[in-house]
Design a binder for this molecule. Structure first.
Ligand code: SF4
Ligand code: SF4
Length: 283
């Protein structure tokens, strides 16, 4: 099976974009390992198995190539206010969709907002189901093929692999940014036990823009890096401590996640379709 066929299977299973990266040492690991020393306690998982992130073969010894997929969950034609209203009271919505609200006072406040990515089913489940369907299809055509799936929770440098697979580049808000899809997409992938021709890595950048940096109300974005101790999204979804008052008062209503740097990004204005399965939860 060749790379074109693998990517066609990925698209047929619902990926908005798909690319192939080599299973090899990642230069980006050095920057990651320097940055991770300073992470707050809520991100301590980043320090678990750090060396597995250097090379996906340390996580899955049979890896010979990596399929990386993007699943778009938001497009500009969707009405955020209307979908928030349909979701109802944030506290009840979060509890009912299996999420834990860390900052309960913010969630209970009038006009509380939840991030766009939370309006659908838990993406870890949906992405893993889609990736499993792809692996099954690959194995139907190539019975000796095998793979190991990742989505957010494995010690895998997903954004860098996405860049190497040609999906997009790192925006100044630190997210993977695609000229076609913007940044409202989830990443899923799998290490595969057979060689595939890799895609051309993206060397693009958003050098002349700084809309996200200006839009971030807490100054969390600086020099292409994100300071989690200032990030509303970190405090509302991952931190185990109460959010500092100085950050809470700048949150502009965001009580679970924060979309302000993505709302400001001109790359998120491109029309298109969400990936099937990532629609809002029906009330
Ligand atoms: S998610 Fe919100 S607080 Fe965090 S960097 Fe983006 S705009 Fe700033
Ligand atoms: S807002 Fe501008 S600088 Fe920030 S990620 Fe988008 S394109 Fe890049």
């Amino acid at each position: 099976m060749d790379a074109l066929r693998v990517k066609a299977i990925a698209r047929a299973a619902g990926a908005s974009a798909a690319g192939i990266a080599r299973a090899a040492d990642l230069e980006e690991f050095r920057r990651f390992s320097e940055a991770v020393i300073m992470v707050p306690s809520g991100l301590g998982y980043l320090n678990r198995d750090p060396f597995k992130r250097k090379n996906i073969k340390k996580w899955y010894a049979e890896a010979r190539s990596v399929l990386v997929c993007a699943f778009r969950y938001w497009t500009p034609d969707r009405d955020y206010g209307a979908e928030l209203a349909k979701a109802g009271a944030p506290a009840a919505y979060l509890a009912g969709s299996g999420r834990w609200a860390n900052q309960r006072e913010l969630v209970a406040a009038p006009g509380a907002k939840i991030s766009r990515y939370v309006l659908g089913r838990d993406y870890h489940l949906t992405v893993k189901e889609k990736m499993a369907a792809m692996l099954e299809e690959i194995r139907k055509e190539s019975p000796a093929a095998d793979g190991k799936i990742f989505c957010d929770t494995s010690p895998v440098m997903e954004k860098e692999l996405g860049r190497l697979a040609g999906i997009g580049f790192r925006g100044k808000n630190t997210l993977l940014l695609s000229r076609e899809l913007g940044s409202y997409f989830f990443i899923g992938g799998m290490a595969l036990n057979f060689e595939l021709k890799p895609d051309t890595p993206s060397e693009d950048s958003c050098e002349r823009c700084d809309q996200c940096v200006k839009a971030c109300p807490t100054g969390a974005l600086k020099n292409g890096k994100l300071d989690p101790s200032l990030c509303i999204s970190y405090w509302t979804t991952q931190a185990k401590l109460p959010i500092p008052a100085g950050i809470a008062e700048k949150a502009k209503g965001f009580a679970y996640g924060c979309d302000l740097c993505q709302e400001a990004c001109p790359q998120n204005k491109a029309p298109g379709q969400t990936a099937p399965g990532f629609e809002p939860i029906k009330k």
